[in-house]
Design a protein. Structure first.
Length: 160
């Protein structure tokens, strides 16, 4: 496997910058399909060629986004005040999990957002003591997450 890296300059006057790129020719060339200067991106999950879910954050909010046209347009489907949004995993074009949490002076609380209708409705479950950093699901009720606990130790959690 050959992995190449690159650098993109995004014009911004804020401390935040985000961009999403796509390739349609086997990763030979890339096209920018999203950018903003309100927050930065953390993870993207694409269950099909046209549908992707992504998460980002800034100091104030976590954000969940969706595209249904291969990235030509993006909509914000979730704004989570005060939450760091780190993880995205899509099981289908309509079902996804977003994860993150809050690390504060009063402790650590994880946030797990789930939708089965492409974000029209989203449920929130919290998990005391863990801040979610990554997620992977095999189906609606079975998955794993990486997390940081209140002692700043890494953990692997099972969702069942």
């Amino acid at each position: 496997m050959h992995l190449e890296t690159g650098h993109v300059d995004l014009p911004t006057t804020t401390p935040w910058a985000a961009a999403i790129f796509r390739s349609t020719d086997g990763f030979n060339t890339w096209q920018q399909v999203f950018s903003n200067d309100t927050y930065y991106m953390n993870q993207i999950s694409c269950p099909s060629e046209n549908v992707c879910f992504a998460v980002g954050e800034n100091d104030d909010n976590g954000f969940g986004l969706r595209t249904t046209d291969g990235g030509d347009t993006w909509e914000t489907i979730l704004t989570a005040p005060g939450v760091s949004m780190m993880a995205a995993h899509a099981l289908s074009e309509t079902e996804f999990y977003f994860g993150g949490g809050v690390i504060g002076q009063t402790g650590v609380t994880g946030s797990i957002y789930h939708s089965t209708d492409a974000g029209a409705t989203v449920t929130l479950d919290t998990l005391d003591g863990y801040y979610l950093t990554g997620m992977s699901f095999v189906d609606t009720n079975h998955g794993w997450a990486t997390a940081i606990d209140s002692m700043q130790q890494s953990n692997v959690l099972i969702y069942a």
